[in-house]
Write a protein of this length. Structure first.
Lengths: 354, 354
DNA sequence: TTGAAAGCGTTACCAC
DNA sequence: GTGGTAACGCTTTCAA
């Protein structure tokens, strides 16, 4: 546990000054430092296992190369983890590091979190939420390059918050594609069993669903548009009720709020002796890892582009920091950056029963 | 986006020196600074919204109050997230912050990750893995206070690695408790459908299972001890085979490798027209959020103490940094710190059929 | 081509 | 009770 070597140690060992060390190690040696000095510096650095102290460098440069991440519950959620992973991967590839703090759903705490991050002099900030959410943007976020991932500024946010880049999944298109997939398979009696309307995503998907139905000239049964939760149990309950009706009276396809609810629906079908997809088609949403693709049968679903959401939010922040880079398309401020959701057809959906 | 105030700004505004500001703001004002100076300093600090620059402080103090977290895939995993959350919460409560880097399963990258963290001068380091794992401890971890969460040093690790605190779930006890629960319900024909033996946890749980059976004087059917995977699909397949036998020939209880595999088993039972738990009891493992408790029926399971694992690993690291604190029980080095797994009986297990 | 010095913002020590 | 000064480790500018 011996003290790490400093630039001065390297300089002494190589018989030069600190400045020379700095120049050489930062690639600015050519033309400034004698060839053999360069050699000795490199050698000394290697022997001492020298790497510059990032803290000292940060203080000197007035930039830390750290991007702060505030999440409402990301770390504990399988979903947001993906957003963070996407953001982190991009940051790392550009020599940045991410510093995440979780508020564990405590809205009071995000002020604290932002302040902590600001005190640590992060170069940028991204707010990440578990589900698509409206967000009261913490004041501090407006004092440095920042972006919103999976959330958007609420009207009562501080002035200027509306201009933050907000990266979101295109839920309307996702709902439309899901419905269109079922319609293309010949389904006409489709139930929309959205998750919980407390999530803004559900209303958006419903709008997409209605659009697809309208385009196909199909009627929407209003009593088949309902809240069936985001978990196995409520999905099971809602679909059991619906699927208990005689064959001619029941939907031939169910659109679930997410993959876990869809698992509940497949289970309900099994208990009613119905085969999926022969008797009823069931679609999930999210393409949740370790669930959708590995269900029996594998779930047709719509993939939430979480990784990309994290990436794009990070790209927006880094874009400002790196000076934008050449030929960089500037996105208009204030408009949500919608990322498409890919349709993933698997085996839980099939042709409508005759 | 105006520059943040520094201690000098505060000093000027209050008409005192920087030292006075530092003393007062660090609570050492009493007896060193005049009462009215203190007032003015506090007022000036508040007006300027001053908070000390953590970077400068870190450089000065030679400690960053940052604990580095290296994870093999934590961020993307619903499980490790819990470990990280536990570690982070404890760290935060003591004024520390965690800096996590994910190697995304790329073993090469952990050297890089450790180096990055070391360059940033983290005060301590924790290596976190998704499942219980043997780990080749990266060299750099031995140069500062460190701990292993959910993993333990492999024999080919650098010398000294064996002395690192390793926090692990007590899988043997977990397996024993799960089996004992079923035995207490009157089951005699119990199948052990462990996950994958590539995970060391499975062999440990199997040992616990065998111990419980032996204690109860029950025979273990070797053809009922098998690898049934960690996902819905393999769980479904393995249990379908087993449960297709006539009632007198099949197990009355299944012990799954995790909750997701158990979901597959419940689904298989449903398709075979068997009721859970009337016809067959099924136990999960992990107590996975949003799955176990919300399954139909809710899964009996064994809770993996992930949060606590993270906490204890962090406690070990902080213990060294804070000087151990008074009356602090020192854990013997080199022995794994086993955290008990709590049995969570729910409705997927019941009395053995008569 | 090289070395000396300033400055980033903080805290602690030491004269006054 | 108070304020100046040094030091943390780095990079950059300027003078030799």
């Amino acid at each position: 546990m011996t003290r790490k070597a400093t630039a001065l140690d390297v300089a002494r060992r190589a018989g030069v000054s600190r400045s020379a060390v700095s120049l050489v190690l930062n690639g600015r040696g050519e033309g400034n430092v004698a060839k053999d000095s360069q050699q000795r510096i490199l050698a000394a650095a290697a022997e001492l296992n020298y790497t510059p102290n990032a803290i000292a460098r940060s203080l000197r440069d007035q930039r830390t190369r750290v991007i702060g991440l505030v999440s409402d519950a990301a770390v504990t959620s399988p979903f947001d983890g993906e957003i963070i992973a996407g953001a982190d991967a991009l940051a790392r590839s550009r020599g940045f590091v991410t510093l995440a703090t979780d508020t564990e759903q405590d809205a009071e705490r995000d002020l604290d979190a932002v302040r902590t991050l600001l005190d640590r002099r992060v170069d940028g900030l991204i707010y990440v939420t578990v589900g698509l959410h409206e967000l009261h943007v913490p004041q501090g976020m407006l004092t440095l390059p920042a972006a919103l991932a999976n959330c958007y500024a609420s009207p009562d946010s501080p002035p200027g918050a509306g201009a933050l880049t907000s990266v979101q999944p295109d839920e309307v298109a996702g709902g439309r594609d899901a419905a269109a997939h079922l319609i293309a398979l010949g389904h006409r009696r489709i139930a929309f069993l959205g998750g919980e309307y407390s999530s803004p995503a559900v209303a958006l998907r419903e709008a997409g669903f209605r659009a697809a139905m309208a385009e196909a000239g199909l009627p929407v049964r209003e009593d088949w548009v309902l809240e069936a939760g985001f978990d196995i149990a409520p999905g099971h309950a809602a679909s059991t009720a619906l699927l208990s009706a005689p064959a001619s009276e029941r939907p031939t396809a169910l659109l679930a709020g997410n993959d876990r609810a869809a698992v509940g629906m497949v289970l309900a079908a099994a208990r009613l002796g119905l085969d999926v997809p022969r008797d009823v088609s069931i679609m999930g949403y999210d393409d949740e890892r370790r669930v959708a693709a590995l269900m029996i049968p594998p779930l047709s679903t719509v993939q939430l582009p979480l990784r990309r959401i994290g990436e794009e939010a990070m790209r927006a922040v880094l874009g400002v920091l790196d000076g934008g880079g050449p030929g960089r398309a500037q996105r208009p401020a204030g408009e949500p950056f919608l990322i498409p959701c890919r349709l993933v057809p698997r085996e839980s959906t099939g042709p409508a029963p005759a």
